[in-house]
Design a protein around this ligand. Structure first.
Ligand code: GLN
Length: 249
């Protein structure tokens, strides 16, 4: 009886192996290498949730790169200021989050060629704003997303008070509640935040100009592969097409 049971078991396992129900030995999925992308999915139109899925310009460019290079893309959502550590520790293979190329970050990670040029802007309340231009920031209470370039710029203002938030939407919420006088953040997400928060507006004073790129571990072999794929996607119009899909103006 025992013998029959073990024979049946062996047969069952064999069948389920063939059907792919059980991971047996060299599993099939091992053939396609997964790449983990670290991001902060609260940054429309670059990365945000739609129907419980992370979508956006960065998500689509990353997918196009992985498709070209034959990798399976896995997106890991985390706080913005955790992304570089995720990449340097090897927890993630790359970081992509509307991330600005800075000399400070270059000490920790390598960047690909840039894929977007953008600016930082100032968001204020339409009514009775204490901040009417960039100079007014000097003595204001300013909301920023922790660890971003916006945070770095305003941290230079000696008399300003800085409130740091985990996400851009949290900073804008504080503005609408009158807890901060202004929010300094990237131009394109700022437009989305203003659309969703009646009574807020973007000041016409532009702030710093910036370049977005993908960050990878220092001296990673992937950087050259990514640059090649990115170059092809720029040339064949894919990057423009993805941008146009999410930025309508
Ligand atoms: N571009 C800014 C930076 O790199 C903000 C990015 C973000 O908040 N996702 O710091």
């Amino acid at each position: 009886m025992k013998k029959i049971i073990s024979l049946v078991l062996v047969a069952l396992i064999a069948v389920s192996c063939v059907m792919g129900l059980t991971a047996c030995g060299g599993s099939k999925t091992a053939e396609v290498k997964e790449l983990h992308m670290a991001t902060n999915a609260a940054f429309e139109p670059y990365e945000y949730y739609k129907n419980k899925k992370i979508v956006g310009i960065d998500a689509e460019i990353a997918q196009a790169i992985c498709d070209k290079l034959g990798y399976k893309l896995v997106i890991d959502d985390m706080d913005f200021d955790a992304i570089i550590t995720a990449v340097t520790s090897g927890k993630a293979d790359f970081g992509m989050a509307g991330m600005t190329v800075t000399d400070e970050r270059k000490k920790a990670v390598d960047f690909t060629d840039s894929y977007t040029t953008t600016t930082q802007v100032i968001i204020v309340n339409e009514k009775d704003s204490k901040v009417k231009n960039a100079d007014d920031l000097e003595t204001a209470t300013i909301g920023v997303q922790r660890g971003t370039t916006g945070d770095v710029y305003v941290s230079d203002l000696k008399k300003a008070k800085i409130e740091r938030f985990n996400t851009g939407p949290d900073a804008v919420l504080a503005l609408t509640k009158g807890k901060v006088d202004a929010v300094v953040i990237d131009g394109q997400p700022a437009k989305e935040f203003v659309k969703k928060n009646a009574g807020t507006k973007i000041l016409s004073d532009p702030f710093a100009k910036e370049e977005y790129a993908i960050c990878l571990a220092k001296n990673s072999d992937l950087t050259a592969e990514f640059n090649k794929a990115l170059g092809e996607l720029k040339k064949d119009g894919t990057i423009d097409k993805i941008n146009a899909k999410y930025i309508k103006e």
